[in-house]
Each structure stands twice: as structure tokens, then as C-alpha cells.
Ligand binder design. Structure first.
Ligand code: TXA
Ligand code: MG
Length: 338
């Protein structure tokens, strides 16, 4: 398939991409979090194509993207008052809310469940595309399954050129990690299934009880039910195994200095260490720069001839929790005390 590349924000190219979506094609597009791989939420065949292109496990449901709250009634049967408060406070933006799904919504979107994940992105190109399509757009991150999510046009192109109808080039994503996914459990309780740039502290301003799902910081226990199937699958991983180093800054840097070599990669912060196999993801203590840099950094290691990566973890406050969650999963929860 010849993939069309749309470079600009002009209304004609967005209109054409909207038409492609209406015609059951899939289009990769930028959002403020990561690039998404979009199809009409109301077209079963188009939704199936997404799973095929990404090689995505069938049991992993998709997020439906809307251009405003009016569109939600096309996919969800109800917006409970807590969800309404959440959309009011954080939409458009990097927040996904799990709602009861409409009966008519395809089981391909919900993975056969009774709920649908809904998000209204703040990126102007994403919003314009949804409006042009006139339907909610389901979009997983635009990576091939298992790889780090693409946060710029180049990595999206690398994964999807020749496999999708079009890619919209919107430059780099401002957040860099995927949206916060929350499940309203009752009027006063919210469970965070995936941390993101809408932090637990922010969520507490609209909901008194905010619970962090246990799978955010620990691996899935095979026997317990998983609320967000995406957390079951190996994710965000570079080809070489990655180990997180735990200990004082001094001990971690000394360990890294000792290990760095042409076959050992180091993931750290700006100014920590120099070398051909050293990759930095943002600045120490600056969680937003880390979230912007993490996935790009992880992909750099796949261009090297390395057999092991050691990583310096971020602080886990604010957006740092999302960064640490992605790093933990890239490391398959391997942590080494130094
Ligand atoms: O920032 C984002 O959310 C990006 C951009 C493109 O919007 N999208 C994204 O989609 O990260 P994806 O498919 O890579 O991740 C969706 C996550 C998965 O962990 C999935 O299991 C969970 O959301 N999810 C989707 N629908 C769900 C549902 N009905 N109940 C529970 N979890 C759900
Ligand atoms: Mg993903």
C-alpha cells in the first residue's frame, strides 16, 4: 500500500484524511500524548485492520477519540456525574475515562466487554481529524505491538509506512506518554488503570477517593482479573533487556560508569554520563522533559549493537509516576539494587 503523507495543518488535507476514515481506511495522526493509529469506531472492518497492522492482541480494547462531549453518545450509553466532572476538568486533554458502552458498539472496540474508553484529545490536528470524519475515531498508539509508542512523525513512519492509507505529520508530541486511563467505580471513587499527565493529585481535585491500580507498579498476578488488558502485554520494550537500577544517585552513576561499553547501553539524565551507548531521557527532576524523551530514547537502543541496558529511574511524583510505569514495563519489572 502506498502511504500518503500529509505535512501541514491545511484544511484540505485534514478533510481528505477524514474522508479516508469514513471510507474504512486507517490513518496515523498526532495527539498531544503519542501518535495514534485511527479508524472509524463505527466500522468493524476498519477496526479489524488496526489489530492486523499493529499485530495487537485481540483481547485489548481500544480508546475511542471524540472532538467534544456531544459525540460521546454515539459510543457510550451513559455519562455518570463523576465522568462528567472529569471531562469538564480535564478535557480536551490526556485523560481517558471508561464509560458504559452502547449496545450497538462493536465488540472489536470493547474487546467484548461492556465498557468503552473515551478520550477527547487536545491536539488541534487530532480534533480537526475527528470533526472531519464525523465519527469517534478509535486509536491505539501508532507503534507495532510491543514497541515503544511513537512520539514523533519519524518513528510513526518507520513503523507504519506502507501499512496505512495516510500519516499526518504533526511534529513531536508535547506530553510523550499515553493518556491517564481512569475507571469511575462509584460517585466518589476513581481507579487509575494507567498513569499519565493527568496526575493522581489533579484527579483528587474532582474526586475524593483516587485509587492506584496495583498493576501500575507491580506485575500482573496470573490468577487475578485484569481491569485494563493492555497491562498484561509486554510493552514499550527495546530489543535488548533493560534493568532499572535502584540505589543512591552516586551508587547508580558509579555502577553505570563501570558497566558502560559498546555492548552495554545506559539510559540516564542529561549530564549524567557520556558515551556512544549512552542515551538521555530528559533532565533530572523534570518529569515533563522525561515523559517527552522516554520513548524516543528507548527506540535509540534498537539502533545499537547492545545486549543489555541499565536505566536510572525517575522520581515517581506527578507525571513521574507515568514515566516510571512505562520504564518498569519496558524493563519487565527487572530492578537491580546497587
Ligand atoms: O494517549 C493515548 O491514550 C493514546 C493516544 C493515541 O490517544 N492511545 C493509546 O491507546 O495509548 P492504546 O490502545 O495503546 O492503549 C489503550 C489502553 C490499553 O491499556 C487498554 O487496555 C486500555 O487503554 N483500555 C481500552 N479500553 C478499555 C476498557 N474498556 N476498559 C479498560 N481498559 C481499557
Ligand atoms: Mg499502546
Amino acid at each position: 500500500m502506498k502511504t500518503k503523507i500529509f505535512k501541514s495543518e491545511d484544511t484540505e488535507s485534514i478533510r481528505l484524511c477524514g474522508e479516508l476514515i469514513q471510507n474504512g481506511e486507517i490513518v496515523a495522526f498526532p495527539t498531544e500524548t503519542v501518535y495514534g493509529l485511527g479508524a472509524s469506531a463505527l466500522n468493524d472492518e476498519a477496526v479489524s485492520k488496526i489489530f492486523a497492522v499493529k499485530n495487537r492482541p485481540q483481547d485489548n480494547p481500544l480508546i475511542a477519540h471524540v472532538d467534544g462531549t456531544a459525540m460521546i453518545s454515539m459510543i457510550a450509553s451513559d455519562i455518570p456525574p463523576l465522568a462528567e466532572r472529569l471531562f469538564e476538568a480535564f478535557s480536551p486533554g490526556p485523560l481517558t475515562v471508561i464509560l458504559p458502552a452502547k449496545d450497538t458498539l462493536s465488540g472489536r472496540v470493547t474487546a467484548g466487554g461492556s465498557t468503552v474508553a473515551v478520550r477527547c484529545p487536545s491536539h488541534p490536528l487530532a480534533r480537526a481529524l475527528i470533526t472531519a470524519a464525523g465519527v469517534p475515531i478509535v486509536a491505539p498508539s501508532a507503534n507495532l505491538s510491543g514497541k515503544p509508542s511513537p512520539t514523533e512523525f519519524e518513528t510513526t513512519f518507520e513503523d507504519l509506512n506502507g501499512k496505512v492509507a495516510a500519516i499526518i505529520d504533526g511534529g513531536s508530541c508535547s506530553v510523550g506518554v499515553e493518556s491517564t486511563v481512569v475507571l469511575p467505580e462509584n460517585e466518589n471513587t476513581l481507579r487509575i488503570l494507567r498513569p499519565g499527565a493527568v496526575t493522581p493529585e489533579m484527579l483528587k481535585t474532582v474526586c475524593p477517593n483516587v485509587i492506584l491500580d496495583k498493576n501500575i507498579l507491580s506485575p500482573i498476578d496470573g490468577s487475578a482479573p485484569v481491569l485494563s488488558p493492555g497491562m498484561k502485554h509486554r510493552h514499550y520494550a527495546p530489543k535488548a533487556p533493560l534493568t532499572i537500577l535502584s540505589g543512591s544517585k552516586q551508587d547508580v552513576l558509579a555502577f553505570m560508569n563501570d558497566k558502560v561499553s559498546p555492548t552495554v547501553g545506559i539510559l540516564c539524565f542529561e549530564g549524567d554520563l557520556d558515551g556512544d551507548t549512552v542515551v538521555c531521557y530528559g533532565k533530572e527532576g523534570d518529569a515533563l522533559s522525561q515523559s517527552q524523551g522516554l520513548f524516543h530514547a528507548l527506540r535509540q537502543f534498537d539502533k545499537m549493537n547492545i545486549t543489555q541496558i541499565y536505566a536510572r529511574p525517575p522520581e515517581t511524583t506527578g507525571v513521574g509516576l507515568a514515566v516510571y510505569n512505562r520504564l518498569l514495563r519496558a524493563a519487565e519489572f527487572q530492578i537491580l539494587e546497587v
